[in-house]
Design a binder for this molecule. Structure first.
Ligand code: FE2
Length: 430
């Protein structure tokens, strides 16, 4: 049998070792030990980890790489970020947004990040971001699955043309309905916006992903309305609550009622650890709340939890590099999820869980799925997160689309010459 690509001697995220993966016509043809046959391209994984690609289900590609335009966010707060984005929006051009987004997509590919759900601000009557990112979506389709969310950043009801623009964006081909209920003028307006947005999605057969309760206010409970509307409108499995940081500060008794409702409605939860650890608790003196939503508790209820990158070098966050392993690392640190199982779970929060939230088809290392794979300079998922491991090869549709040399450092120490391979330390078993 002759394949397009054969990867030999791989470790898989589920702990299997010594596995071969054969790819043919863009699909995975076989996953087992000792596959017989040859291939146009053969890669010896040498006992390193082969993973499905990273998936970022919460990002803002219309703002990315704009750091410093037109100025820096001095306070570092969410609200100054939104105000700064308002200033930048006035001077955005379609070409500039496309150019920055494509540069970010290059970076994403180099990190093995091959599926992204990006919000795109529709509170701009020129629809600059929408026009630009629809073009980017077409351009990157051969190598990145880009899903777009129509996001009324300034509030569906607070911004006078938001609803009209949101509907127009959906007509133009934007995939998902977005919202920001905690930013509306009143709690009532916030709840009404959730209802309206879910109805729009139900009418059009679309998914919903709301910036929901990104606040330290324990009374911000729009997730309750989102779970209710998901149930009422039959949207189970198709809605997501992003951020959900108010849950950190909620009363425990109320949360004990809320979590089963979220689980029952099949609402996906998306935490954004890098961003919310810097944005939350800003009005606190000491102790300062971390603000991240209740990840381990949601896991215990069977709620599908993902970690998103949210921002890279934009009005809200000056750091970031498209590395979902950095996101996973921050996620488990902030949640204090430090057992071996917990860290493996954090890896799932940037791979299989967001793939489920986005409804990606043919995702994962199994026969018949898409031949999209990442070979890492690490032996397992825990080591991959610990090292933010080097990506040795990125495979899309059975073809190698990016590769890098192993990260090795040559020492010139007296009496201790040698080479340091960061993945050659202690076993990460257990
Ligand atoms: Fe966001």
């Amino acid at each position: 049998m002759s394949f397009d690509l054969l990867i030999k001697n791989a470790n898989l995220p589920d702990g299997q070792t010594g596995i071969d993966i054969a790819c043919q016509n863009g699909k995975i043809a076989a996953v087992e030990a000792g596959i017989a046959g040859d291939a146009a391209t053969v890669i010896d994984a040498k006992g390193q980890l082969v993973s499905p690609p990273y998936v970022d289900c919460h990002f803002h590609m219309d703002a990315t790489l704009s750091l410093g335009l037109p100025r820096m966010n001095k306070s570092g707060t969410l609200l100054e970020g939104i105000a700064l984005w308002g200033e930048l929006k006035e001077i955005l051009t379609v070409d500039a947004v496309i150019e920055r987004a494509l540069r970010y997509c290059d970076l994403a590919v180099s990190q093995g990040l091959l599926a992204i759900r990006s919000h795109v601000d529709v509170c701009d009557d020129r629809m600059t971001g929408v026009e630009a990112l629809l073009e980017v979506k077409k351009k990157v389709a051969p190598y990145i699955d880009l899903q777009l969310v129509a996001f009324p950043q300034d509030g569906l009801y607070r911004s006078p043309t938001a609803e009209k623009n949101l509907l127009k964006a959906l007509d133009m081909g934007v995939d998902v309905v977005g919202g920001i209920p905690h930013f509306e003028r009143t709690m009532d307006d916030g709840a009404r916006s959730v209802t309206r947005l879910c109805e729009i999605a139900a009418e059009r057969g679309l998914r919903v992903d709301l910036h929901c309760d990104e606040s330290d206010d324990p009374m911000s409970r729009h997730i309750e309305t989102l779970a209710y509307e998901t149930q009422r409108l039959g949207l189970q499995g198709r809605t997501a609550g992003s951020h959900l940081t108010s849950m950190h500060s909620m009363d425990n008794y109320y949360v004990s009622k809320l979590l089963p409702l979220i689980a029952e409605a099949g609402v996906h939860a998306i935490a954004n650890p890098l961003i919310n650890i810097t944005l939350q608790g800003r009005h606190d003196t000491y102790p300062k709340r971390r603000g991240q939503t209740r990840v381990p508790e949601m896991r215990d209820y069977g709620i599908n939890v993902s970690f998103g990158h949210d921002c890279v070098m934009d009005p809200w966050y000056s750091q970031g590099s498209g590395d979902m392993l950095e996101v996973a690392s921050m996620g488990f640190h902030v949640a204090q999820m430090t057992s071996r199982d917990d860290i493996r779970y954090a890896y799932d929060c940037v791979t299989t869980h967001p793939a489920k939230a986005m409804g990606l088809e043919g995702y994962g290392i199994a026969k018949g799925n898409k031949a999209d794979l990442v070979l890492l300079q690490a032996r397992d998922t825990i080591e991959a997160i610990r090292l933010k491991a080097n990506r040795l090869a990125i495979v899309r549709g059975g073809k190698v689309i990016a590769k890098s040399e192993p990260r090795l450092t040559t020492l010139s120490l007296e009496g201790r010459p040698g080479t340091v391979d960061p993945s050659a330390y202690a076993p990460s078993e257990g």
